[in-house]
Write a protein that binds this ligand. Structure first.
Ligand SMILES: [Zn+2]
Length: 318
């Protein structure tokens, strides 16, 4: 077996990100536990391949055990919306960047949570058992010489570390939230603008959002799954991709990144606005002059995008 060189270029990371579930050579899907091989072919092109195709690698950069992502990725053309006040829109244009909010700053106190506090005992005993078993059964060739009380002490410590890590994770995780829908939503106008007369909605798609962030493989983009915490938990790696059922109407798709080097409450990530913004819709409650204002501001910031009135104001016939 080739020695891993650990030489992972941006193009190689992008390749893995974009074809996550499949071998790029034979196209067969990975299943959990498979080994995936990242490296470069004999003509130096980046490759992300399965066991059967690994001989195509001239250089193996790194191997991974395949794990499913904790989220599903929308179709490239899936429409994503962001409803906002005009001031936020101007800020988007002037910073030419998307604002990612630190997850402990959201109103939803369950952001990043693994479950209901009253059901924590069940979670704890599951992970304690998992840790005890891992400590007692080290890899082949290593012998566990710990007494039962040592095993228990170590398992309890790992559980505490897991819990502290969960709290800390909220301060390291930043997200930009979007609403996935084919159509404009009357409810979202009300929910996400404090002053409806001066609100706009930016429409993009999964593909445009990803491209506008320069195909950055360190920014995950996926759907939130809504779960019933009375009967389930969010897994260790799932917590920022799960919300309570009561938020189902949001149909959220989020872009998520981790940053361990900042204390800030948010981050602006540079973004190609021409690629991101497919259309700007103006609030159904906006006065006629507001469309012109949005157009003027776009022009001032050198942005050439279509501005349309809300479809909710189309005229009916009876
Ligand atoms: Zn293959």
């Amino acid at each position: 077996m080739q020695t891993m060189t650990q030489r992972v270029t941006l193009e190689l990371r992008r390749l893995k990100f974009e074809s996550h579930g499949n071998c790029v050579s034979c196209k067969s899907p990975f299943t959990v536990g498979d080994t995936s091989h990242l490296g470069y072919g004999f003509d130096d092109t980046p490759l992300y391949v399965c066991d059967n195709c690994k001989d195509q690698l001239k250089e193996t950069a790194v191997r991974h055990v395949f794990l499913q992502r904790p989220y599903t990725v929308p179709e490239p053309s899936s429409k994503l919306w962001r409803y906002m006040d005009f001031t936020k829109y101007v800020s988007l244009l002037s910073s030419r960047g998307l604002y990612f909010t630190r997850t402990d700053c959201f109103e939803d106190i369950f952001e990043g949570a693994k479950g209901l506090k009253k059901r924590k005992d069940g979670w704890d005993s599951h992970y304690l058992e998992f840790f005890r078993s891992a400590i007692r059964n080290p890899p082949d060739g290593v012998e566990c010489k710990l007494s039962d009380s040592d095993v228990e002490e170590q398992a309890q410590k790992l559980l505490r570390d897991l819990e502290e890590g969960g709290e800390d994770h909220k301060k390291r995780t930043f997200v930009s939230c979007w609403h996935e829908s084919e159509h404009e939503s009357e409810a979202m106008w009300r929910l996400y603008s404090t002053f409806l007369a001066n609100a706009v909605a930016v429409r993009t798609s999964y593909q445009s959002l990803y491209l506008s962030l320069d195909r950055d493989p360190s920014i995950a983009i996926g759907r939130i799954k809504y779960i019933d915490l009375k009967n389930s938990y969010a897994g260790v790696n799932d917590a920022f991709w799960r919300k309570r059922k009561s938020f189902e109407h949001e149909r959220e798709v989020r872009a998520l990144l981790s940053d361990y080097g900042t204390q800030d409450l948010g981050k602006i990530v540079r973004c190609n606005l021409e690629v991101l913004i497919e259309e700007v819709l103006v609030s159904p409650k906006a006065p006629g002059w507001f469309v012109h204002l949005v157009n003027d501001v776009n022009e001032k910031f050198g942005l050439n995008v279509k501005v349309s009135p809300s479809e909710l104001n189309e005229v009916p016939f009876f």
